[in-house]
Design a protein around this ligand. Structure first.
Ligand SMILES: Cc1ncc(COP(=O)(O)O)c(C=O)c1O
Length: 395
């Protein structure tokens, strides 16, 4: 068999990618698997958004669009960023992409030369690691831990600075951890970024899904940050629109022409129907976002209470829709636990190693099933945990 570029394939393949492959193999022989793996809400896209997509198709939205996105949508994104406390962007400095995911690769290719250093909280959302690897940049992991609810601090960033430091990725609220960086800490981190001339990629895709009194501070609006921040977001999470594939990034005028060119080379433009649906999402009634947030909040409480009963500690989810649990408390490593839970309990969750966790202690559970299914997950989990604990008591 010929492989196009083994070196490239090797670089983009995370060391632990085989874990997912193995879990898919186990799942393929099982019935009624409850999936809390992917970050894809089970909720339907709100009706008015779907209708707007259908109407757009009826009007002939079946062509390429302006490469960086239809102007109405870019204006709506600019307005929406301001409405939620973010910076003022001119619509020319916003690029609509097929999901925020693709934006990560565009940004990495546009900003990083081989040997440049990209600082990223660890555990963190893995495609950033893959994007940096593709450019042969050096990944600098800033290790966070449950003791501080996986939040990253200015001091931690400072300790990892070298003369090659170039880009700092902040994912706030965090995936896989659900941690929200306190606003005053975001300001302190920005001071370090300015001091060391870093570009900050601020992933704010979960910003509208926070709980209790937690709030994710937008970065580009802070003093002196507009010119060194790329804000990345999209409609997938807040509007349950993962399958429409619409995200965006916005940045300072001097960086955007080159980044727009790379986007054009990748995609030509984002799907027209998706863009019209996203326009309806951002300009239509917003109660659906609050309903979605409340749905996740209820599920979060049920899952956390169940984990408390099982004696499994977890990082307190302050935002996003994940619970990052220290399943090693059961006596098995997280990877083995996830495989066992799948094989014996027909529940799929992902071990933290997939997200670059430096331990094999944690697993991410997505809140992507209704409450009765989450209760069922807890019941199945209880059976598996009890059998693991009783086996271990005989060892
Ligand atoms: C932190 C984070 N950023 C960006 C994305 C990309 O989402 P999308 O490509 O659907 O916009 C995800 C998806 O899970 C994510 O978790």
């Amino acid at each position: 068999m010929t492989v196009a570029s083994p070196r490239l394939a090797q670089r983009v393949q995370l060391k632990d990618k085989h874990i997912i492959t193995r879990m898919m193999e186990i799942a393929s022989d099982l019935d009624d698997v409850i999936k809390l793996g992917r970050g894809d809400p089970d909720l339907d896209t709100p009706e008015h958004i779907v209708r707007a997509g259908q109407e757009a198709l009826g009007r002939g939205a079946t062509h390429y669009t302006n490469p960086i996105g239809i102007p109405e949508l870019r204006q709506a994104i600019a307005d929406n960023i301001v409405t939620h406390g973010g910076a003022q962007y001119s619509p020319e400095n916003i690029v609509v992409t097929p999901g925020g995911q693709q934006a990560m690769f565009i940004i990495a290719l546009g900003l990083l030369d081989p040997g440049d250093e990209l600082l990223i909280p660890c555990p963190g959302y893995n495609p950033y690691l893959q994007a940096a690897e593709l450019t042969q940049a050096k990944l600098v992991e800033i290790r966070t831990s449950m003791e501080t609810n996986f939040t990253i601090t200015a001091e931690m960033v400072r300790q990892h600075i070298t003369p090659r430091s170039k880009v700092l990725v902040l994912i706030n609220p965090g995936n896989p951890t659900g941690s929200v960086i306190p606003p005053e800490e975001v300001s302190r981190i920005c001071e370090v970024a300015k001091e060391h001339d870093l570009i900050v990629v601020s992933d704010e895709i979960y910003a509208r899904i926070t709980y209790d009194d937690h709030r994710a501070q937008p970065v580009a609006v802070l003093p002196g940050m507009h010119e060194r921040t790329i804000t990345l977001s999209g409609v997938s999470k807040a509007y349950a629109m993962t399958g429409w594939r619409v995200g965006y990034f916005a940045g300072p005028a001097d960086l955007m022409p080159a980044l727009s060119e790379i986007h054009h080379a990748f995609a030509i433009s984002t799907s027209a129907v998706g863009q019209y649906a996203a326009l309806a999402a951002l300009t239509g009634p917003q109660d659906c976002v609050e309903e979605i947030r409340q749905t996740f909040d209820k599920r979060r409480k049920v899952l956390c209470a169940g984990l408390d009963r099982l004696g499994i500690p977890y990082a307190k989810p302050e935002g996003a829709f994940y619970v990052y649990a220290r399943v090693a408390a059961t006596g098995l490593g997280a990877t083995e636990f996830c495989e066992r839970l799948l094989a014996d309990g027909q529940v799929m969750i992902f071990p933290g190693r997939i997200y670059g966790d430096y331990t094999d202690d944690f697993a991410r559970m997505s809140l992507t099933q209704p409450v009765p299914r989450i209760e069922e997950v807890l019941e199945r989990m209880e059976g598996v945990v009890e059998s693991i604990r009783s086996e271990r008591s005989f060892e």
